[in-house]
Design a protein around this ligand. Structure first.
Ligand code: C2E
Ligand code: CA
Ligand code: CA
Length: 763
């Protein structure tokens, strides 16, 4: 199959571009989604961290309130004792009084001698000795209430972590201190903290981070904190559970925070892989005591899950939507592309490709097969117009389709034929040894198809061939060359193909030149009438003449009509020239008559295009009238080929010419598709036998017989005969024998200028 080697890639390219754009948009979308998710989760996480931090601070203030509550017992007892000088019974009263505020509280008293009373017991000597000076130091001797870490001496007397201290004055001198030991564990296990404990481990720590009390059921290893003496710091805890390498560095931030008395937090990743948020906050009104909550960030993740799920789902949806819309756009544009391609590359009449496709195909194939010789064939169907009119458009179109289809069958994959328009085709063919064979098979196949369609007319192609030179690439130029060669075949009945050559360029150049000069030449009278005598061979004298045009250039160079008549027939200028010749001949004859000279009938050649001019008849009649041409003094020569087109119309015109009294000669009889039927039907007076026809006949018995019969027949139907191109005496004798009376030819005279004709024959 021809034309298979090339597949148009424009579509692929645009689809690829579209896909990449789609992919980029998709990636962008995903990137935006991911960034969104990250930013949302980060913000959310920060919010949660803040929230935990705030919660810890709230818990710290709640804890502070409880401490203050305990502390109030100390303050009230101190106030009671401050009214009188101190004595044993008053201390017991104060104890009871103070306990009235908080039934669980123990209330102790230490006097200036360092004697301690607690829970009905008196302690003296031992570590309690220093307690007075310790309280003095921490309260500066004036604080009304001071809450701080319980000193070891107090811890020896009762289970506690924290102590509330209040000085007892009498007048301006200090009598001792009331102290309330507080068990922080008891406070931490109060109901108010239970809710908080669900999400965090809570600790009470001192300014160095030592854990004084803690509720560590939830997330921390019990054993870690339940160490003997509880000399365990919150920093140690972090170090123990934390995983990060820089954990010791980060732990220092807690140490710093605690010693600065500020709140803060630290995120710690544990060995188990969860994140711990350690928040610390100073407890108001207590001396460097801190409330610490260790939140497991799994909780954060837990709370983030729905959000993450929603965001991821949204992203997924957006991505799916993007993919779907990309696929949709791709599919739509693929279809649009296909349609556009069909419109851009296909020929709707034949279903084959068009010139656009041809150009790309030829370029591609030539580029990839540099070693192969290619030809461009620019061809059309001869007389396609006739086929169209005679057999109708449907069958004519089927013929065009067949031309494309059969090319596909007969030629190879590196060869392609497309229709340009009307019956104009363009083919790329490989110029190898088999080309003639393929061409022949192609012609036969198209003809077989045409016959199948009922078209009896033989299908002939008129081909202009251009042989592509090596390394030549400009397809448009190649097509132009092939077309130039094809145009040279116009009017050429014998040849069906012409190969482009330099001569063609020269020929085209000549055509250009002639066309650029013809109008002026006609106006300047460069076209001259020559007359060739018609000879009466019976009486051996002139009987008439044929007017033949000669183009005489200002430099005297004579251009014969063969060089410009076919061209004028193509470009239409022949109409002007023929009327000009007719008028010149009429003027000449009129001149002779006026001068009383001998005038002979002169025949003027009429091109077939003339007959199709609607004004033709009127123009002829006008000219004849203008020069008062009598009867048959001017005759018209019409070539038999006029009947090839629109027979009825031509017959009608001829009939009207005849009716207006003009003598009609049928020119060149026997040179084309002569039909005796035509002779009978068309109103000719004289038949001019073509010289081609009869030159052979003289020395061939059979042809001589045919000629004899034809002359006989023409005579029988009442027409005159003139034999053209008579060059020898033998021919004259032979024709005389046939009963031919008038001949024309070089034997008697070549065409000569009018003046010469006049002086020779008319004087
Ligand atoms: P045609 O009408 O068949 O004219 C006869 C041609 O045969 C003339 O050629 C003439 O010179 C040539 N001829 C005459 N006797 C002989 C002979 O014995 N031997 C040979 N070999 N040739 C002979 P010409 O003048 O070159 O004209 C060629 C053709 O040009 C004419 O063929 C005619 O078809 C066309 N033509 C000439 N003048 C006109 C014109 O004014 N109008 C039109 N439409 N066609 C013209
Ligand atoms: Ca003629
Ligand atoms: Ca002739």
């Amino acid at each position: 199959m021809s034309g298979q080697v090339y597949k148009n890639r424009r579509n692929d390219r645009s689809v690829k571009a579209l896909m990449s754009v789609g992919l980029i948009i998709l990636l962008l979308c995903v990137a935006i989604c991911v960034t969104m998710i990250i930013s949302v989760t980060t913000t959310y996480r920060a919010d949660i961290i803040d929230e935990f931090q705030t919660r810890n601070e709230i818990e710290a203030s709640v804890f502070s309130r409880f401490l203050m509550e305990e502390g109030r017992a100390a303050k009230n007892a101190a106030a009671l004792l401050s009214q009188y000088p101190i004595d044993q019974s008053r201390i017991v009263d104060a104890e009871n009084y103070g306990r009235g505020y908080n039934e669980y509280s123990h209330i102790g008293f230490i006097d200036t001698n360092g004697e301690v009373f607690l829970d009905g017991r008196a302690y003296s000597g031992g570590p309690q000795e220093y307690l007075f000076s310790y309280f003095e130091t921490i309260t500066y001797g004036r604080d009304m209430l001071h809450i701080c870490t319980a000193p070891a001496a107090v811890k020896q007397m009762t289970v506690c972590d924290v102590v509330a201290v209040s000085p007892v004055f009498y007048g301006s001198s200090i009598q001792g201190y009331v102290f309330v030991p507080i068990n922080a564990d008891t406070l931490l296990s109060l109901d108010v903290f239970s809710e908080h404990e669900k999400s965090a481990d809570i600790y009470l720590v001192d300014k160095e981070g030592y854990i004084l009390a803690g509720n560590n059921q939830m997330y921390l290893d019990q054993s870690v904190v339940s160490l003997p003496g509880r000399r365990f710091r919150i920093q140690d805890l972090v170090l123990k559970i934390g995983k990060a390498r820089d954990i010791s560095m980060r732990v220092r931030s807690i140490t710093r925070g605690l010693s600065d008395g500020v709140s803060g937090y630290l995120m710690v990743e544990t060995e188990e892989g969860y994140i711990m948020q350690v928040s610390y906050a100073p407890i108001a009104d207590a001396d460097r005591l801190y409330f610490v909550s260790c939140y497991n960030s799994d909780l954060v993740e837990e709370r983030m899950k729905p959000l993450l799920f929603r965001s991821t789902l949204a992203c997924l949806l957006v991505s799916i939507l993007m993919i779907a819309s990309t696929i949709y756009v791709w599919e739509t544009s693929r279809r649009a592309n296909m349609t556009a391609e069909r419109l851009a590359y296909n020929d709707p009449v034949t279903g084959g490709y068009n010139v656009n496709y041809f150009n790309e195909f030829a370029e591609h194939v030539m580029h990839n097969n540099k070693e192969l010789p290619f030809v461009i064939n620019r061809f059309d169907i001869s007389n396609f117009r006739y086929i169209n009119e005679a057999y109708g458009h449907t069958r004519a179109d089927a013929l065009l389709s067949s031309c494309i289809e059969q090319f596909g069958v007969c030629f190879g994959e590196k060869e392609l034929c497309v229709r340009m328009d009307a019956d104009q085709f363009l083919a790329l063919m490989v110029n190898d040894a088999g080309l003639d064979g393929r061409m022949e098979a192609y012609r036969a196949a198209v003809n077989a198809d045409a016959r199948g369609q009922g078209i009896k007319y033989p299908i002939r192609f008129k081909s202009g061939i251009y042989k592509v030179r090596k390394h030549e690439r400009d397809i448009a130029v190649m097509i132009d060359h092939a077309n130039a060669a094809r145009k040279m075949l116009k009017g050429d009945k014998k040849n069906n193909s012409k190969v482009y050559s330099e001569e063609i360029i020269a020929g085209m150049h000549r055509v250009d030149q002639i066309e650029s000069q013809m109008q002026r030449a006609l106006a300047d009278g460069e076209f001259k009438v020559y007359l060739q005598p018609k000879w009466d061979i019976i009486n051996d004298r002139v009987a008439g003449a044929e007017a033949l045009v000669r183009w005489i250039k200002p430099d005297g160079k004579i251009i014969p009509p063969d060089e410009f008549i076919p061209l004028f027939e193509n470009n239409g200028f022949i109409e002007k020239l023929d009327f000009y010749m007719l008028e010149e001949v009429c003027r000449y004859t009129n001149g002779l008559v006026k001068q009383g000279k001998m005038a002979y009938p002169v025949s003027v050649n009429q091109s077939r295009v003339l007959l199709h001019n609607p004004d033709y008849l009127d123009n002829v009649v006008d000219i004849l009238k203008k020069y008062k041409i009598e009867g048959n003094m001017v005759e018209l020569e019409i070539t038999e080929t006029v009947f090839e087109e629109d027979e009825d119309y031509v017959k009608d015109v001829l009939k009207k010419l005849k009716e207006s009294g003009v003598t009609l000669n049928m020119d060149d009889f026997g040179s084309g598709y002569s039909s005796l039927n035509m002779l009978k039907e068309a109103p000719f007076d004289i038949v001019k036998l073509d010289r081609e026809f009869f030159s052979k006949s003289v020395d061939d018995e059979k042809s001589r017989l045919i000629l004899t019969k034809i002359v006989e027949m023409i005579h029988v139907i009442g027409m005159g005969v003139i034999c053209e191109g008579v060059e020898t005496k033998e021919q004259v004798e032979f024709l005389k024998g046939l009963g031919v009376k008038i001949v024309q030819g070089f034997y008697y005279s070549k065409p000569i200028p009018c003046e010469e004709f006049r002086s020779k024959y008319c004087e």
